[in-house]
Design a protein around this ligand. Structure first.
Ligand SMILES: Nc1ncnc2c1ncn2[C@@H]1O[C@H](COP(=O)(O)OP(=O)(O)O)[C@@H](O)[C@H]1O
Ligand SMILES: O=P(O)(O)OC[C@H](O)CO
Length: 505
């Protein structure tokens, strides 16, 4: 059998191609950023053609670094920023407009209108999700209502919808050619507000209410599929035919990469946003504390495994904002040294409600603030408050998760780009009061997609094979001083409450 498995991780800020060996070690890796298009306040878009170009470029670069050709690769797994919505013409392969990113709040009015008839939680029993701008269904409706000619094209059957997984798989398998696979997996479908968690099928009542034709939607498949979604084309970026057979939303992929296969195991991924997932097994647990219920993974014909998720919209994105918009730092990593210049937050709290607030509040009318400002405050305090905001938000979703599930977290497994920040990891342990553990491969997202693909072709035999690959890199113990987790956490919650009801229309 071929020696390697490839994962493509199409994230919010960048696209990576990572090549893994059987030990789950990275053999080669290439990553490229794409443009964040912000045409209006609250709008965030990506150019899907640019994303596809970056995908091809990272494939070429990573396979070249590793010196691989198609026959060295056993399988390909895809993982992706979830919810981000692309709609394209199946004949030409051209998107009808820029992709609407998960952080975009333009569907606020659509969500409010839908909520009028039954409240924000009216689709929760079927989908596990509140009606919020975050999810794909309202974004598709917005496009159908606003892009000239799109509704007619969709009714003719010419328009296809996909999240970034679907788009990349369609392109890799030859789109717009006849063999292109128009598919998604259960985890991505569970983020659309259109899939029924029990039947794992699109829900006709919700589709009718949002006016979305079923013909636009991809086929829903397992996350690891021995029947393959399709094969890459010899004219494509891999230069040969390779099975594409793993697909998971990035947060679910990280859960698999961290081998959280037992009920009660959880991980937190610190990227653009921050997402804590708790494995609840084959049981669908409905949240009463502002979390969402989602599919965690489905391996082949096995029953799906579900998760409770705490979704935080802005984490690393706030560091990027300090870098790109405020120009307080040159690189994201610089935030650590800047924050270390001060001993504490100097009494300020930074609530980054840039896209409203996600879990556990789901307040789309909230907007960000920095509160507690005095003349004493320096750039260092702003940097420190930025890091603390990620850790306080995580504490809020951990509290909600414990209340919903009855599970008490005794440790927290972490991964993602921000976990390179050692100060943040220490702050996190202090705010939670439990040890924070980073694994050797902190790219758990890509690893999880590789695992899903490798399991489908027998490259790895079973999940026990995968568990052997997980190893601790570093653990941060909580300090004995409990100021951060008691007094400061209280002040954080007060700061959050001041962001509510900011937008009046
Ligand atoms: N050392 C660091 N300290 C703080 N934030 C960081 C650091 N390194 C990267 N980040 C942040 O992490 C995010 C990138 O993480 P990544 O896991 O690649 O995210 P994504 O998959 O969402 O694109 C960026 O928002 C970046 O600002
Ligand atoms: O690209 P990330 O890693 O910030 O993940 C984005 C999430 O999938 C959004 O739900």
């Amino acid at each position: 059998m071929a020696k390697y498995v490839v994962a493509l991780d199409q994230g919010t800020t960048s696209t990576r191609c990572m090549i893994f060996n059987r030990g789950g070690e990275t053999v080669a890796n290439h990553q490229l950023e794409h443009e964040q298009i912000c045409p209006r306040a609250g709008w965030v878009e990506h150019d899907a053609m640019e994303v596809w170009k970056r995908t091809k470029d990272v494939i070429h670069a990573a396979t070249e670094k590793a010196g691989l050709i198609a026959r060295d690769i056993a399988a390909i797994g895809i993982t992706n920023q979830r919810e981000t919505t692309v709609v394209w013409d199946k004949k030409t392969g051209q998107p009808y407009c820029n992709a609407i990113v998960w952080q975009d709040t333009r569907t606020d009015k659509i969500c409010n209108q839908l909520s009028e008839n039954g409240g924000q939680d009216r689709f929760r029993p079927k989908t596990g999700l509140p009606l919020a701008t975050y999810f794909s269904g309202p974004k598709i409706k917005w496009m159908l209502d606003n892009v000239p000619g799109l509704r007619e094209a969709a009714e003719r059957g010419d328009a296809l919808f996909g999240n970034m997984d679907t788009w990349v798989i369609w392109k890799l398998t030859g789109g717009p050619g006849p063999e292109a696979a128009h598919v998604t997996d259960v985890t991505n479908a569970s983020r659309t507000l259109l899939m029924n968690l029990e039947t794992l099928d699109w829900d006709d009542e919700i589709l009718a209410e949002l006016g979305i034709p079923r013909s636009m939607l991809p086929q829903i498949r397992p996350s690891s599929d021995p029947e393959f979604y399709g094969l890459t084309r010899s004219g494509g970026p891999f230069g040969g035919e390779i099975p594409v057979c793993g697909d998971l939303g990035d947060q679910q992929a990280a859960t698999v990469g961290q081998t959280c296969f037992e009920v009660g195991e959880a991980k937190n991924t610190y990227g653009t946003g921050c997402f804590l997932l708790l494995n609840t097994g084959n049981e669908i647990v409905h949240s009463k504390h502002g979390l969402v219920t989602t599919v965690c993974y489905q391996l082949g014909k096995e029953k799906p495994v579900y998760a409770l998720e705490g979704s935080i919209a802005i984490a690393g994105a706030l560091v990027q904002w300090l870098r790109d918009r405020m120009r307080l730092i040159n690189t994201s990593a610089d935030v650590e040294n800047l924050a270390k210049m001060v001993e504490d937050n100097g009494g300020i709290y930074f609530v980054p409600a840039f896209s409203g607030l996600f879990a556990p509040y789901w307040r789309s009318e909230a907007r960000g603030l920095i509160i507690g400002m005095t003349r004493f405050i320096t750039r260092g305090h702003i940097a420190r408050a930025t890091l603390e905001s990620t850790a306080f938000q995580t504490r809020e979703v951990v509290d909600a998760m414990q209340a919903d599930s009855g599970v008490t977290l005794s440790t927290l497994k972490v991964d993602g780009g921000m976990t390179a920040n050692e100060l943040l990891m220490q702050i996190q342990a202090d705010i939670l009061g439990v040890p924070v553990i980073r694994p050797k491969v902190s790219e758990s997202t890509a690893l999880g997609a590789a695992y899903a693909a490798g399991l489908a072709v027998g490259y790895w035999k079973n999940i026990d094979d995968l568990k052997k690959n997980w190893a601790v890199d570093k653990t941060w113990q909580p300090s004995e001083d409990d100021t951060l987790r008691t007094k400061n956490y209280h002040m954080w919650k007060k700061a959050v409450s001041r962001t509510f009801d900011w937008l009046e229309d």
